[in-house]
Design a protein around this ligand. Structure first.
Ligand code: IPD
Ligand code: CA
Ligand code: CA
Length: 265
């Protein structure tokens, strides 16, 4: 790759906004017969697929040698030295119900490390982005995580498991603890936006299990570059492909991990 991550990041922003523009325009056209079920409680529309096609075509131009991991599988290509990890529409359920919180999420991975990420929240036209060692930004302004030092003063976000119910009891145990011991838990419906909101200090932490790499690749580096910490439920680094993630402002990370470990042990 001959270009700097900063330059690549600004090109990803353009791609995200182009896909976001398409998604916004289709919001008024989507009808119930466009909604297909990929599995229990897992929906997809032509908008998800077409947005992905737009993104893939543009990203191929930016970095022809890169591989792809995409939610809608519109391109068959494995992992390479550089790999794009793409969720063309994160928050499909919100989208089909006309609830204004959904995003485009794109991460660029070099070997096993994310080096640039963009989360574009379509409704508020908020573009969150970061590149490795370059800081995190929202619409051109630097962002950082909250300074909240204790969970008791924290506002959290989560997503509810919708297919892997094997750990539901443990999840609910942690959830119950959070309801009793924090300012509350929000469920926005877009994991990428949840992480972006941790990065800019609106949330102090986000946790969820049953996630895929495309849900978290864009947001994870934004949280980290904003000064936050991202781990799996054991405090380790297997959050990209491990299906579980905790993103915090770093200050409350250990306290939250203690609760997660005791619930999920
Ligand atoms: C979903 C959203 C949701 C989260 C789910 C994801 P999708 O992604 O991020 O907030 O709770 O785990 O699968 O299906 O809308 O791209
Ligand atoms: Ca998603
Ligand atoms: Ca999606």
């Amino acid at each position: 790759m001959s270009r700097e991550p900063e330059q690549i990041c600004s090109e990803i922003i353009e791609v995200s906004k182009k896909a976001g523009e398409f998604i916004r325009q289709e919001l008024t056209r989507i009808q119930s017969h466009h909604i297909q079920s990929k599995g229990t409680h897992d929906f997809v529309t032509y908008v998800d697929k077409s947005a992905e096609t737009i993104i893939v075509e543009e990203l191929k131009r930016i970095l022809p040698e890169a591989g792809f991991i995409t939610e809608e599988n519109t391109i068959k290509s494995g992992q390479k030295e550089y790999t794009w990890i793409v969720d063309p529409l994160d928050g499909t359920t919100n989208f089909i119900h006309g609830i204004p919180c959904f995003s485009v999420s794109i991460g660029l991975m070099q070997n096993a490390e994310i080096i640039a990420g963009v989360v574009y929240e379509v409704n508020l036209d908020e573009c969150f982005y970061a590149w490795k060692d370059g800081g995190a930004y929202l619409n051109g302004k630097p962002i950082k995580v909250s300074a909240t030092p204790k969970l008791k003063d924290s506002l959290l976000a989560s997503g509810f498991p919708y297919h892997d119910y094997s750990r539901l009891d443990k999840y609910l145990e942690l959830f119950t603890w959070c309801l009793h011991n924090t300012h509350g838990v929000r469920r926005l419906g877009s994991a990428a936006v949840d992480m972006a909101y941790v990065a800019c200090g609106r949330f102090d932490a986000f946790f969820e299990y049953g996630l895929n790499a495309w849900d978290v690749a864009g947001g994870a580096i934004i949280v980290q570059e904003a000064g936050g910490r991202v781990t799996d439920f054991e405090g380790k680094n297997n959050y990209l492909f491990g299906g579980e993630l905790i993103a915090t402002n770093a200050k409350i990370c250990d306290e939250f991990l203690e609760q997660a470990k005791s619930a999920f042990e």
